[in-house]
Design a protein around this ligand. Structure first.
Ligand SMILES: [Zn+2]
Ligand SMILES: [Zn+2]
Length: 101
């Protein structure tokens, strides 16, 4: 059995793309019966969307959690989820506490 390259139109960007014989074989071996609806770059884009912010992960700010400083009682934010029983310090006190130990 042999496959032939097919020209398909992407449902997302409207560009025509080649559904190559190799890919068709791969598709069939995985049990897919429908032709792909999107070109490979749009498929990639959709894949990375599902993983959050795609390739811009590094530029997203870290999630901060509200906390109360165990030393001075000031409201602060910490880059990790504060756990009960573990003191959380604001950045000033954190520096002091670290130095004093
Ligand atoms: Zn596309
Ligand atoms: Zn403090």
């Amino acid at each position: 059995m042999s496959f032939q390259d097919k020209s398909l139109q992407c449902a997302d960007c409207g560009e025509s793309f080649t559904f190559s014989a190799d890919e068709q074989e791969l598709f069939e071996s995985r049990g897919y019966t429908n032709d792909p609806k999107r070109c490979s770059s749009c498929r990639q884009a959709r894949k990375s969307e599902r993983h959050g912010n795609g390739s811009y992960v590094n530029s997203t700010p870290r999630q901060m959690f509200p906390a109360t400083c165990a030393e001075c009682g000031k409201d602060t934010e910490v880059p990790f989820e504060p756990r009960t029983g573990r003191p959380v310090y604001c950045s000033d006190c954190y520096r002091k506490v670290r130095l004093s130990r």
